[in-house]
Every structure is written in structure tokens, then in C-alpha cells.
Design a protein around this ligand. Structure first.
Ligand SMILES: Nc1ncnc2c1ncn2[C@@H]1O[C@H](COP(=O)(O)OP(=O)(O)OP(=O)(O)O)[C@@H](O)[C@H]1O
Ligand SMILES: [Mg+2]
Length: 330
């Protein structure tokens, strides 16, 4: 009859201690996942259990530290990004302001010239090409004024014509316009939350947010896909871990625009709100869409966040302060 091999509990004290020591050494060398076995006579088994308890606590503490570190880094990045956009906004605002004035003069004199020339050009065909040239100047000046206005929106210096609004109503009435600009390939789903709190904003600016986000989503889904627009109420707590660092605690309306498109890589997410940042071929994107959205949202005291991964679609999350509670000009 064969002698049974010693079980863990019947292991001799020396062997048990040696196994325990080996396991502890492995943990000490960084193998934190190494379980400490319970071996040997009761005293040694107790010791093993005590060491194992210490190991699991250590593993828990390390995971917690890692999580806190990652959270701190995320907030730091987020804060860095909003400070960068803030100073970019100041710079762009100053330049755009001066440009706007100059463009006003250019377009004013072009209009003036065209007006004076028109009656003569009507009688003298030799003057018609000159009039056509002035009209080119007028058209270019108008286009440049549109771009500078958008830059001024990014810089938050354009005063909004605000009123108390039901975001759901704005979303639903923009639905038709959105459907038209999305084309047949993209399915539009609108799900508005019940009992939505009112917001205080400029209707045109809210529509601009919707259109810009929807058009970006469409461009990210050349083969078609699904665009979901949802709304809801949200509280932001002071100690909310996921809170954007520049957002005051309070009540907010949430507007989420999610697509099933190409998604964005980390570098694109980082720069998406910068004016003139575009990954589209020249002539197809000015890179002012998200800069404009950012300017409107931050002008309202809200926030906008991108959740996206290359290949996995994009979700844009907008929070707008509830009317009367807006921490304006923050
Ligand atoms: N829903 C989305 N899915 C994937 N990428 C996106 C999405 N929205 C924005 N992007 C990326 O962010 C970049 C900046 O967007 P933004 O709207 O500011 O400019 P644009 O769309 O390129 O040009 P414009 O809006 O001025 O015509 C885009 O070029 C694209 O790379
Ligand atoms: Mg765009």
C-alpha cells in the first residue's frame, strides 16, 4: 500500500515554513497576485492566513492608488485643455475683433463703390468687368465676416440673445432640419427626457450646437449609421469624481449626441475644440464647428465632453446650467 503524500495541513512545520517564506519572498519581489497558501500545523496556517490578508489589503490599496492617480491625471489634462482653450480664446478674440472692424470697412467701401459705379456700368459695358471685380470683393468680405463672427463666438465675446427655453422643444423642432442635412444613410433617433428643466440660452445658438454636432456625426458615418440625440436632467455634485473641473456644482440639462461613426483617436480628441483644427481634406472642413460649439457652451456656463475611440463611434455630452442658476461669466 502506498504511503499517502502529506496534505497541506499535515505538512511538516519546516516544509510549511519554507513554502510560506517562498511565497512571501515572491510577493515582496512584486508578485502581488501570488496567493499565500495556507499550510502546515494550525499556528503556521494562522500565520499564512494573516500574511494572505495583508497581501489582499496591499493589492486593494495599490489598485486604489492607481485609480486615484489616473483620475488626477485626467483632471489635470482636462484643466490644461480648458486653460489652453481659454488663452487661445483671448488671443483669437482680440484678433477677430480687429479683423471684424477692418472687414467692416472693406465691405462698406466695396458696397459704396459698387453703388456709385452701377448706374455708369449700366450705360457703359466697359465698366461692367470693374463692377464684377468689386462684387468679388464684396462676396469675399462677407465670407470673411462670417468666419470672424464664428471666431468671436469661440472667444465668447458675441452677446447672446437669451431666453428661457425648453431644450426638448428646440431639439424636436430642429429634428426636421437635421434629418434633411443627415441624408438617407443615417438613421436619426431622438429621445427626449421627461420633465426637463428649462435652460436660458439663445435659440439660434442651441440650433447651431445641434447642427454642428449632427453634421460632424454625418461626416464620420460615410457608409451610414445611427445618430442618437437624447436629453435629460443631471445634478453635478461638488464631490462628483467625474465632474469636469471647470463646472460649478448644480442642476444641469444634458444633451447627448452619439454616433456610430469612425470615432476619434486621443490626439484628435485633445485638439478637437481648437479653431481651425480639422482632419478633413482642405476645402471640406474649416475646423470651426466644434470651436463654435465650445464657445457657445462655455459662454452659457456649461461644459462639453467627448467620449470616443477610433472605430467605436463618438458621444458628445453637453451640460447646460438650468435657467436662473447659470454661473454666468465664470
Ligand atoms: N462625431 C465625430 N466623429 C469623428 N470625428 C469627429 C466628430 N466630430 C468631430 N470630429 C473630429 O474633430 C475635428 C474638428 O471638428 P470641427 O467640427 O471643429 O471641424 P470640421 O468638422 O473638420 O470642420 P467644420 O465643422 O468647420 O466644417 C474633425 O475634423 C474630426 O476629425
Ligand atoms: Mg464640423
Amino acid at each position: 500500500m502506498a504511503v499517502p503524500a502529506p496534505t497541506r495541513a499535515t505538512m511538516a512545520p519546516e516544509a510549511a515554513l519554507a513554502e510560506l517564506a517562498r511565497a512571501v519572498r515572491e510577493v515582496a519581489d512584486g508578485g502581488y497576485d501570488r496567493r499565500i497558501p495556507t499550510v502546515g500545523p494550525p499556528e503556521i496556517a494562522d500565520l499564512s492566513r494573516g500574511v494572505e490578508l495583508m497581501r489582499t489589503r496591499l493589492v486593494g490599496a495599490l489598485a486604489e492608488r492607481e485609480r486615484a492617480e489616473a483620475e488626477r491625471e485626467r483632471l489635470q489634462r482636462r484643466l490644461g485643455q480648458s486653460q489652453r482653450l481659454e488663452s487661445l480664446g483671448q488671443l483669437v478674440g482680440g484678433v477677430a475683433h480687429d479683423f471684424n472692424n477692418l472687414l467692416g470697412i472693406i465691405s462698406g467701401y466695396a458696397d459704396f463703390g459698387a453703388e456709385q459705379l452701377a448706374p455708369f456700368a449700366a450705360r457703359d459695358p466697359r465698366l461692367q468687368p470693374v463692377l464684377a471685380d468689386i462684387e468679388q470683393v464684396q462676396a469675399a468680405a462677407r465670407q470673411a465676416i462670417r468666419v470672424t463672427r464664428q471666431l468671436l463666438t469661440f472667444a465668447k465675446s458675441k452677446p447672446a440673445d437669451s431666453e428661457v427655453l425648453d431644450l426638448n422643444e428646440v431639439v424636436e423642432s430642429a429634428g426636421q432640419l437635421l434629418r434633411r442635412s443627415l441624408g438617407r444613410q443615417v438613421e436619426l433617433v431622438i429621445a427626449t427626457g421627461a420633465g426637463l428643466w428649462p435652460v436660458e440660452a439663445d435659440r439660434g445658438q442651441l440650433e447651431q450646437i445641434l447642427v454642428n454636432l449632427a453634421v460632424n456625426a454625418r461626416d464620420a458615418m460615410p457608409e451610414g449609421g445611427r445618430l442618437a440625440i437624447t436629453t435629460g436632467n443631471t445634478f453635478v455634485d461638488a464631490d462628483d469624481a467625474g465632474r469636469p473641473p471647470d463646472l460649478k456644482p448644480g442642476r444641469y440639462c444634458r444633451l447627448t449626441v452619439a454616433d456610430t461613426g469612425t470615432g476619434m483617436d486621443a490626439e484628435t480628441i485633445e485638439r478637437a475644440f481648437e479653431p481651425f483644427f480639422s482632419t478633413k481634406p482642405p476645402g471640406q472642413g474649416t475646423g470651426l464647428g466644434l470651436a463654435t460649439v465650445y464657445g457657445i457652451v462655455s459662454g452659457l456656463g456649461g461644459s462639453i465632453d467627448i467620449f470616443s475611440k477610433a472605430g467605436l463611434g463618438t458621444t458628445m455630452n453637453v451640460l447646460l446650467p438650468v435657467a436662473g442658476e447659470a454661473p454666468r461669466g465664470s
